[in-house]
Design a protein around this ligand. Structure first.
Ligand SMILES: [Cu+2]
Length: 282
């Protein structure tokens, strides 16, 4: 066995000293000089503590693995936390706002979320947005951060894979029949129009957000993006992929809302709805 010569041991000891010393200084406040006594309080902010143990941040829409058109709505979800505008209650570990990171990763806890086209802040307390991405595979990361944009870390994030698929035109649904304001007789004959997306019966590939089926809401409202269309006498599903149907309506004025939803009956929201008024005559 050979022993390292003395000069080599001495040299490596010197190198270690030379390398470690400045690094140690920089690791502290960086401004302290050698002879100065360490100040009792450090320049760093006090430790902020953790958000509640059961807190979560996630995407309500789209779900992981979804295929979406180039422009699509995104709905944010949070559990165990309150959404507040940026700048408010910045040290309250139960409050904050959403961020979406495109093709990135969760932001480490305590790090301020960058602001650029890949790191989008929703500092007004928004809980949904619309994104336009190039066709192909992408990741979306939901990142919740406090009122000073300091990330709550991976624990309050969710990263999903999505695939953006090019489509022709802008998705649109409408009543071909009856016309808005029409006087009609019950049963009312209806024809549904769809552009940009494709009709597909319910329960087939719910993650394919380029397809869906029609619903008619009687005397109600469009269903918000990502919410299940109820199934009752005023929310009628055309889950076989029907594009025409008849509907019994009592005499009088009614609104009819055509609402497209995905294979799991999750609504495509107001943008893919159309509301008309009809008068049913005796
Ligand atoms: Cu349905």
């Amino acid at each position: 066995m050979t022993r390292a010569p003395l000069w080599m041991i001495a040299l490596s000891a010197l190198l270690a000293l030379a390398c470690n010393k400045p690094a140690d200084d920089a690791g502290e406040t960086g401004e302290q000089t050698a002879g100065e006594k360490a100040a009792p309080e450090k320049a760093e902010a006090p430790a902020l503590g953790d958000p509640p143990a059961d807190a979560k941040a996630f995407f309500v829409w789209p779900q992981a693995g979804s295929k979406v058109p180039p422009t699509f709505g995104v709905v944010f979800g949070v559990q165990g936390m309150t959404v507040t505008p940026a700048g408010q209650d910045i040290d309250d570990r139960t409050k904050g706002h959403h961020h979406v990171v495109i093709d990135g990763k969760p932001i480490p806890a305590g790090t301020v979320v960058p602001t650029d086209e890949k790191n989008i802040h929703f500092g007004k307390g928004q809980t949904q947005t619309e994104l336009t991405l190039t066709p192909g595979k992408h990741t979306l990361t939901m990142q919740f951060a406090d009122g000073a944009h300091r990330s709550y870390g991976e624990k309050l994030s969710q990263t999903i894979d999505i695939e953006v698929v090019a489509i022709e035109g802008t998705p649109k649904v409408w009543f071909v029949e009856p016309a808005d304001g029409a006087k009609v007789k019950s049963p009312v004959a209806m024809k549904f129009g769809l552009e940009g997306l494709t009709i597909r019966p319910a329960m087939q590939d719910p993650l394919d957000k380029l397809t869906g089926h029609h619903h008619v809401v009687v005397d109600g409202e469009p269903i918000p993006l990502g919410k299940v269309v109820p199934a009752d006498e005023t929310h009628i599903h055309y889950g076989k992929g029907q594009t025409e149907a008849t509907l019994e309506l009592a005499p009088g004025e009614h609104t009819l809302t055509l609402q497209l939803a995905d294979g799991s009956h999750l609504s495509y929201g107001k943008k893919l709805s159309h509301t008309i008024k009809v008068t049913v005559e005796e």
